[in-house]
Design a protein around this ligand. Structure first.
Ligand code: B12
Length: 218
């Protein structure tokens, strides 16, 4: 969902890394009872602009990390109110993590925060997660969906191995969960190579997919 035209202010303030101004506007909009999901959608759009500016050489890594920090602060303001409004019943359990050998976590954290805001229970294994750790956790918590993140080329091999170990564990324990992969360099070819069920390049698209997958299975 794209932000409404009149709401571009928040999108651009986040893209400009105006931390104080972003938080001030978010607080004001919360106070007047504005739609919390709309606020998150606009911030997500701002994050996409940050990514584009990085690719165009306008921002450096510090800008990306700063934007992740601002996004986290926005989520901190919005999330408790969403949790209060949400039904007691969780929308589903999602196991996430960045695969072994990879320490990138800004995108994974964004996905995790958004999923939590949308009522999912997120179990985040962190970064550099070995295949066996994913498999053990899946056997323990029986997730509805597993999401793997990976940003470096070497992650593809690890995703393949992780997915194969996860599938074996699922069969052993009679579990069934779709496996999603995400990250800047992921595409259809990578998805097929590693044997994932779905691939995504955007956190909000990930939330929508999780929502539709769980509706299908209910
Ligand atoms: C920030 C960054 C770092 C930071 C990471 C900080 C952190 N805490 O994450 C630091 C400086 C530590 C770092 C280290 C390295 N990095 Co780096 N890094 C980046 C950079 C600039 C941005 C990544 C990022 O955070 N983007 C912003 C987030 C929001 O985007 P995202 O991760 O893609 O996530 C979005 C989607 O992909 C999706 N998503 C992501 N995960 C998931 C999971 C699921 C389930 C779903 C649904 C969706 C989803 O949702 C997110 C939001 O929409 C990229 C370049 C780039 N343009 O991506 C290089 C990049 C990924 N890094 C790269 C490299 C090489 C490295 C290093 C090896 C450098 C080195 N020589 O030491 C090390 C790797 C160490 C390791 N073993 O992992 C290369 C990888 C190239 C390759 N082909 O392998 C890149 C592409 C840079 C480049 N062009 O060379 N890096």
């Amino acid at each position: 969902m794209k932000a409404r035209k009149s709401d571009q202010q928040l999108v651009h303030l986040l893209a400009d890394l105006e931390e104080e101004a972003v938080l001030k506007i978010v607080r004001q909009r919360i106070d007047v009872g504005d739609d919390l999901m709309q606020i998150l959608e606009e911030c997500n759009e701002g994050m996409q602009l940050v990514g584009q500016r990085y690719e165009q050489g306008e921002y450096y890594i510090a800008g990306l990390i700063m934007s992740g920090e601002i996004f986290r602060e926005v989520v901190e303001l919005v999330q408790p109110l969403l949790v209060m409004k949400a039904e007691k019943k969780s929308s589903g359990r999602i196991l996430v993590g960045t695969v072994s050998g990879d320490i990138h976590d800004i995108g994974k954290n964004m996905v995790g925060m958004l999923l939590t805001c949308y009522g999912f229970t997120v179990i985040d294994l962190g970064v550099d997660v070995p295949p066996a750790e994913f498999a053990d956790k899946a056997a323990e918590i029986k997730p509805d969906i597993v999401g793997l993140s990976g940003l470096i080329t070497a992650s593809f091999e690890m995703m393949k191995e992780t997915i194969s170990v996860l599938r074996v564990e699922a069969a052993k324990n009679k579990l069934s969960f779709p496996i999603l992969i995400g990250g800047g360099m992921i595409d259809d070819q990578v998805c097929q190579y590693v044997g994932a069920d779905y691939w995504l390049k955007d956190a909000m698209a990930g939330v929508r997919l999780c929502q539709s997958l769980l509706t299908e299975h209910q």
